[in-house]
Design a binder for this molecule. Structure first.
Ligand code: AOF
Ligand code: ZN
Length: 376
């Protein structure tokens, strides 16, 4: 093959994979705790089948796409955002179905981090004489499944800390004399919309009791996109101070979990009577506050693969101090809130998190920083 042909082929591969990634994104909140996977089957330059995996519908992405393609899968190329599986799970191995359908070439964006599959799917396809390419748009595909990868390897969720602040690093103005009835929004509508999408892409969101009392937030996913289980709203509230008339409590639909450390039976009963789940967990070492590390472990046990922290100075500080943060997404609005504003972190120690990969983008009038501190 000439070099020119090769680059034409890789440009086409990249385009088709981009389409498969769009399919995969449609599975956000529908595939969890499984990976979000999209598949596009191409015959010549025509799409003959495409689809994505939804946990409750069982079929993996390849099977959805193959069913649509029918006989036209013969001799076609399958673009898959994740290595096809080689194991018997709730469904038979996708590699066997791809082979039986007569697929000639498989292009995968990345290997399956599931130790049961990890490379075995690709090997099985190759030994059946199928041409296999891997690594097309790999970074995008991996980022899409950071939660799945972390959870399948360790049982823990992938943790993104999100915050919105002023240019001078203040997350709120000076404390209000009268408690606010709603959050004080620092950033633009564009940024708030991005946060909604981030919530949609998460299984749980963690906040602290101070934010719950000060801001009275809802913390819901208001994208109106479908999800198979509600976004779990988690409050770290060691002494059960959450107000019964807060928006969080008033909007509960079996989706609010309070972690406490101190047993206060009458408070617990009052919250539970309104439908709030209350769990007692370990305190931090040396203080009565809920251990963030333990809370994150508990969410992993509940099959939460992607967790977002949307909290205030204290939790932000302990998230960094205990190295709980895997990824940072920070929005900076072009304002200054001044020295009396609430700082991003209450810590007094100097910390220098290592950033593996960073990106800075414009978000309306704000700018946005994404930084990976740890791979899944
Ligand atoms: C694929 N295509 O669309 C997905 C794959 O719970 P099960 O039986 O559906 O199996 C889930 C495992 O299969 C999951 O851990 C991952 O390794 C793989 N997911 N594989 O070929 C898909 N969703
Ligand atoms: Zn499969």
């Amino acid at each position: 093959m000439t070099e020119k042909n090769f680059s034409a082929k890789s440009a086409a591969d990249s385009e088709w994979m981009s389409r498969a990634l769009s399919m995969a994104r449609r599975a956000s909140a529908l595939a969890t705790p499984n990976p979000t996977v999209g598949c596009v089957i191409v015959q010549g330059s025509r799409v003959v089948g495409e689809g994505f995996h939804e946990y409750d519908k069982l079929d993996h992405a390849e099977i959805v796409a193959l069913k649509e393609a029918g006989g036209e899968a013969q001799g076609a190329t399958a673009y898959v955002t994740l290595e096809p599986c080689s194991h018997q799970g709730r469904t038979p191995p996708c590699v066997d179905v791809l082979i039986a359908a007569g697929i000639r070439r498989v292009v995968a964006a990345t290997a399956d981090p599931n130790p049961v599959v990890n490379g075995n799917g690709l090997a099985k396809l190759r030994s059946a004489g199928i041409e296999v390419a891997v690594g097309v748009r790999q970074t995008e595909a991996r980022d899409l499944n950071d939660g799945f990868a972390r959870h399948i390897r360790s049982g823990l969720p992938f943790v993104t800390l999100k915050s919105a602040m002023s240019l001078d690093g203040r997350i709120a103005p000076a404390p209000a004399k009268v408690a606010r009835t709603a959050p004080f929004y620092i950033t633009s509508a564009e940024s708030l919309e991005t946060v909604q999408q981030m919530r949609h892409d998460s299984d749980a969101v963690i906040t602290g009791i101070n934010t719950a009392l000060e801001d009275n937030p809802l913390l819901t996913d208001r994208t109106r996109l479908p999800r198979r289980r509600p976004l779990l709203r988690v409050v770290l509230d060691s002494a059960l101070r959450l107000r019964l008339d807060s928006k969080l409590v008033r909007s509960v639909k079996d989706d609010v979990l309070v972690f406490c450390t101190t047993p206060i039976p009458e408070r617990q009963r009052a919250l539970e009577a309104l439908g709030i789940r209350v769990e007692r967990i370990d305190a931090s070492i040396g203080n009565p506050r809920v251990s963030l590390k333990r809370a994150i472990e508990r969410l992993g046990e509940m099959k939460m693969t992607r967790v977002m922290i949307e909290a205030g100075s204290q939790i932000n500080n302990s998230a960094f101090a205990t190295q709980a943060v895997d990824k940072l997404t920070l929005f900076y609005a072009p304002i200054l809130l001044g020295a009396r504003g609430i700082p991003f972190s209450s810590g007094t120690e100097q910390l220098a998190p290592v950033m593996l990969r960073t990106a800075i983008d414009q978000s309306g009038p704000d700018f946005r920083l994404d930084a990976y501190l740890r791979d899944p």
